[in-house]
Design a protein around this ligand. Sequence first.
Ligand code: 26W
Length: 817
Amino acid sequence: HPPVPALELPPTADGFTAQFLRNLNFDGGVTLADASTNDRYLALARTVRDYLMLHALADQQRQAGAQAKAVCYLSAEYLLGNQLDNDLLAGDLAGVAADAMAACGIDLDELRRHEIEPGLGNGGLGRLAACFIDSLATLGVPSIGYGIRYEYGIFRQTFEDGQQVEQPDAWLTLGAPWEQPRPEAAQTVSFGGRTETVDDAGTVRSRWIPEWNVSAVPYDYLVPGFRNGRVNTLRLWRAKATDAFDLRIFNSGDYEQAVRAQTFAENISKVLYPEDSTPQGKELRLQQQYFFVAASIRDFLGRLPEDFDLARLPERVIFQLNDTHPVIAVPELMRVLVDEHGMAWDEAWAVTQQCFAYTCHTLLPEALEVWPVELLGRLLPRHLEIVYRINEEFLAAVRARFGDDEMRIRDMSIIAEFPVRAVRMAYLATVAGSRVNGVAELHSQLLRDKVLPAFAEFFPEKFTNVTNGVTPRRFLRLANPGLSTLITDAIGDGWVTDLERLHELEPLAEDAAFRAAFAAVKAGNKRRLNEVLQARDGMRVGDGHLVDVMVKRLHEYKRQLLKVLHVVSEYEGVVSGRIALADLQPRTVLFGAKAAPGYAMAKRIIHLINAVGSVVNTDPRLDGRLQVLFPPNYNVTLAESVIPAADLSEQISLAGKEASGTGNMKFALNGALTIGTDDGANVEIRELVGDANFFLFGMTEPEVAEIAQAGYHPAAFYQEDAGLRRAIDLIASGAFSGGDRSVFEPVVSNLLYEDRFMVLADYSAYMAAQQRVDAAYADQDGWTRAAILNVARCGFFSSDRSIRDYIDRIWHTPPTT
Ligand code: 26W
């Protein structure tokens, strides 16, 4: 085609400015003089995207015709965080953008603050998916992330009288400059109806006659690699009513009904389910799951050459199942191969088994999704038949190997019989996938031994581990510019894509000047956090305080209550005179946590934290030496300010319950010391940083299993430990609820009589570990040395390493150039 005026590469400030003004004028329809903050932000975002698009187009050109195997990452959640800084960094555009904004008289920081993060995930699983697509692009692995474009992401949390109130997250209302709708690439997804059998030249085949359709419209996000010219795609699907959908009803003459039907279809991508770990079994959620995987499979198959032999599909794709949420993709691929392409069942099953792999992200039995047969049969009748046949053949294989051991058959059946007939999605994924992985060494071990033991015996070769990781671009380079500069000055900037090079910092732990510089960075990060907290919530961490942080979803197994008991004990100690104020290490305890809206106990715990904070923070007897901060609406953006400022990272789940944790990695990588149990990836962090640089406490998983077996009696710990008794009694007395003993009574009685996660059993060990923390912090120089060693020894936790492990152990998809 004729030459078109392209953006200059490498980018210049003048070129950037010109494109920015074009976007402002022609896309935004305003002049610079009249532009609002939002106009300027949208034009800036568009301009950044334009530059990335240049790379994306060149990348597509390079990859066109290549026959490389691709990863399709199927995830119902992507907790992306802000895009602007991420894309400026990856595209090496920060300098020109800053110059261009200065030339236009625009405050770039104001535009940064204007951005609303896409919160299309709940917590660890969604954030992991976001780190993984960053690493896939940086490593140059052909890959597509597929998910759902929720109109409302994770709710915005506010507090009223210390209690959580949820507000809708209307993240799209001011425009969505990072996405590109591709309506021409829409797919139709069907639901409901029935199946019928047809005689196809002598073979009886089943076919699906669905009842209703929705259209899935893709919205593409550019996923740039770190300065490597690679740009992958994150394709998120939005539900729209199909024309046929409306027409049928319009023709019936019922206009209102037709519009209602449209709303019904579009509800599918309306809102992210805010439950993290306890599935609610809602029909709409199953609709969401099928909606996005059906669209994604069709989309990927549509990228293959017209005459492609689907028997060779495993040479071209691996679908990675991010937990059980996308597992309905298994019967969907079978249906497409058998019903739509006429492939023989056995061949289709062989293909399907090679095309899927499954990652489990939990150990809690209640988190494993199970879909009632009644619901599945109503929504996806053909898929239910397929699942039944998969199960029949699988159980026949089990019988062939172990005989008619009915106990074993009942245990391993993909169909559970009680309390209702239901499909166990984790079992389906395990039977169907080529690999099953846990997300940390301990988790993978427990997955084999406790969650899926019969399957590990039957398919030992399927089970593997890939320890989680986090992207060093966002969580070190961007979030901690001070430390990044210090590291780069010392060892060069290769660490950004080769994080093991942080080991080169180890000798500097013995260098007093480096320690001083490191401590100065931490102090600066605390000031930066204070600016953010002050502006956001009117809060600040105390000067000279140890910054003690527990940020993660609110869940009983994570044991925010153990942290609360520590705070209450310290408070009670000072107030009762048992602890001299001068002996109290000044500390700010910072919490961040959202509770699932229907999780009553988690919400009570939030209320308790706020209640304890308002008493402790204002009691003159504490003189500000102990502060509890709970900024609402913890999200990726706040994490980026909090993590670099932390001294102490709280990773205190009951051993055997936290699959991995990834916040734990982010803190250690930013030079916080961990106080933690022997759980999840804490185990690997401690092995790498060394016992001397980690505060370990609490029961091990085998010890937990043993006391659970013997019968756990929390009240006994209350009886035997005077400190614990005083803390619990103080809460029970109404000291944090204006004298009203009823407010926290459910929390107290749960602790005393149930305590499913053994908070009381670990209390004394935790208190002792906190004493070791205080003693260690008193030696500031020693603390800094340990912090540096944490940074130097955590290169393993790069998500680049995780992705390499997935490639080696599961995907076998080499990077392309
Ligand atoms: C509502 C159903 C449901 C069930 C499970 C929703 C969400 C889940 C997820 C599996 C919960 C989750 O995010 N798990 C976390 O995954 C992280 C990434 O692997 C781990 O680091 C965390 O330990 C694990 O809790």
